[in-house]
Design a protein around this ligand. Sequence first.
Ligand code: HEM
Length: 209
Amino acid sequence: MKKRNTPYVILACITIVFIFYALVDNYVIDPEAKDFLSQKTGLTRELKTHVWLNVMYVHVAFACIAMAAGLLNFSNRIFEKSRRLHRINGYIYFLSVLLVVLTSGYMAPYATGGKISSMGFNALNIIWLLITITALVQIKKKRIASHRNWMIRSYAFCFTNMLIHLTTFVFHHGFGFHYATSYAIGVYASIVLLLVIPNVIIRTSGQLK
Ligand code: HEM
C-alpha cells in the first residue's frame, strides 16, 4: 500500500480552502472591497478606487495561480511523472510571483495602516522576489535540495494575506487595537513568521514531500 504524505495533504487542504475563500470573497461577496477600503483613513495620496480595484483583481488572480502552481510542484507524484510539467509549472509560478509583486508595488503606497505598512509591504516584495530568484538560480546550477528548500521559503509568502488577516483579527478583536494599527502589526508579524516557519519546516522534516 502506498504511504500517504500527511504534510502534503495538510498543505493541499489549507491551500485549496484559502484559494477558494480568496476568489469567492474578492470576486463574489465583496468585489468592491467595501469593508476593506472603509478602514483606510488618513491617506496621503488620492486613492483612485476603480484603478485600485482592477489592480487588486489582477493581484488576487495571480496570487491564486502562484498558490496552485506551487502546490502542484511540491507533489512528488507530478515531479516523478513529468519533469517537463514541473518545469513549465515552475515558470508559471515565477511569472505569477512577479505579477503579484508588481501589483503589490502599486497598492503598497495606499496600504491600510499608512507609511509603516507601506514600508513593510515594500520589504515583503523585495524579500519574496530575492528568495524566489535564489530558488531559480539554485536549480539552474542543478542544486536540487537547495532549490527545494528555497522554494519552500518562497512558497511560504503565498500565505502573506492569510497571515496578515489572522494577525489583524487577533490584535483587533482579541486585544482591542484599532483596525489600522492591527493591520500594520500584521504586516510585520507576517514578515517574521514567513521567514521563520519555512526554516523550521526545513529543519524538522528535512523536506516537504
Ligand atoms: C499570494 C497570496 C496573496 C493573496 C491571496 C493576496 C490577496 C490580497 C487581497 C485580497 C488584497 C486586498 C485587501 C485584503 O483583503 O487584504 C491584497 C492586498 C494587498 N496585497 Fe496581497 N495577496 C497575496 C500575497 C501578497 C504578497 C506576497 C504581497 C507582498 C509581497 C502582497 C501585497 C499586498 C498589498 C501591498 C496589498 C494592499 C494592502 C492595503 O491596501 O492595505 N500580497 N492582497
